[in-house]
Design a protein around this ligand. Structure first.
Ligand code: SF4
Length: 369
């Protein structure tokens, strides 16, 4: 390793970069936003693909491009329609920011997209990685875009021993990536490193013998079953566990839905009124919610299905549904008493959506008193 380190110089980095770009030109996956990259399609792609696998994100990207063909159309769309189109992707703050960003670009910038990474960072929902990716891909600005794939590839390539999930390791990756970026083919270079991370320099078994960087990499393995290579990670902060009960209040035909506040998890999505409380606690006589049920007969109350786990980035939810079958309509303080067909059209959290069809069936079977 020492011998290799001493031999590592600007010439070998340039050689690696050249090999990387040639490899990308021959091996990149055919993806629609790569055909003729423009700021609208690339920006949509970068926002949708965050924390998302390509085959899943592609479907959403197509929906957005076909429904809102340009930034003006997206800016004019009701936020609820955008959230509905986003349903199932999770991390709904991305959809809300996407909509705010479209409005900022359409209404405050006359539809003109920023051209530099610095200017992109002022757009809602656009962080340093996304800003650099768009500015380099669409405007060829020589800035390094650093996502999880790039952190892994470069920490191996340069044998960075400090944790890449901490500032100390990330800074070293950023310093090298900035120096390494191709001065005139920045967009291609950034995409090539990311593609290499996705296809060759994989998290657990890097395919070094097929890698264009093999001859200049400080961690190349002679076979992919060899010693595990960096990156070094320090590990995530503790995830909090929460027990959450969804109260499905229905008369069979109608159901109580409420829209969550804009801030916090599932902002502006529609849910059955929920509460944090032990899943096994005894059920009270009327739904334990803020509505007034004094003049409404509760015909039955029952726990529905099995408890299930739903993982968010910083919380582990243990969820369960309770069905409250009532006569008539409750006196609501918030939310809307609506037919199931209307509730179906609302954007919902994935934790509810995954059980929606079976829940609706169970409630319809109760009958409409
Ligand atoms: S040679 Fe191996 S470890 Fe180095 S960048 Fe390529 S795949 Fe990753």
């Amino acid at each position: 390793m020492q011998e290799k380190l001493e031999g590592m110089n600007a010439a070998s980095w340039a050689e690696g970069r050249h090999a990387l770009i040639r490899w990308y030109q021959d091996h990149q996956r055919a993806l629609p936003w790569r055909e003729s990259p423009d700021p609208y399609t690339v920006w949509l792609c970068e926002i949708i693909m965050q924390q998302t696998r390509i085959h899943q994100g592609l479907k959403y990207w197509n929906t957005f491009i076909n429904t809102w063909t340009d930034v003006h159309a997206l800016a004019a769309a009701p936020l609820d329609d955008v959230l509905k189109a986003w349903q199932g992707l999770g991390y709904y703050s991305r959809a809300r920011n996407l909509h705010r960003a479209a409005q900022a670009i359409a209404f405050e910038r006359g539809g003109v997209f920023p051209e530099t990474a610095e200017a992109w960072k002022a757009i809602p929902g656009v962080g340093p990685y996304t800003a650099a990716a768009i500015a380099s891909i669409c405007f060829n600005e020589p800035v390094a875009a650093i996502d999880g794939n790039v952190l892994r590839v470069i920490s191996r390539y340069r044998d960075i021993q400090d944790p890449i999930d901490r500032p100390i390791g990330r800074k070293q990756v950023a310093a090298f990536a900035t120096e390494w970026i191709h001065p005139t083919k920045a967009g291609t270079h950034n995409q090539a490193v990311m593609e290499l991370g996705a296809l060759i320099c994989k998290p657990t078994s890097p395919l070094c013998s097929a890698c264009p960087l093999e001859s200049t990499c400080l961690n190349a393995q002679s076979d992919s079953s060899g010693t595990p290579v960096p990156p070094v990670k320090q590990g995530k902060t503790k995830v909090k566990s929460v027990q959450l009960v969804f109260n499905v209040v229905t008369n069979g035909a109608h159901v109580w839905m409420r829209q969550r506040p804009a801030e916090g998890i599932w902002g502006r999505l529609w849910e059955f009124p929920s509460q944090e409380r032990p899943l096994e606690s005894e059920l009270p006589a009327v739904p334990p919610t803020e509505a007034n049920f004094s003049s409404t007969a509760v015909r039955s109350r029952s726990v529905w299905g099995e408890p299930f786990e739903h993982i968010l980035s910083h919380r582990r939810l243990l969820c369960r549904f309770v069905i409250w079958h009532i006569d008539g309509a409750p006196d609501l303080k918030d939310g809307v008493w609506m037919p199931w067909s209307e509730a179906e059209s609302k954007a919902r959290p994935r934790a509810i959506d995954r059980c929606w069809e079976r829940l609706e069936k169970s409630c319809s079977a109760l009958g409409n008193p």
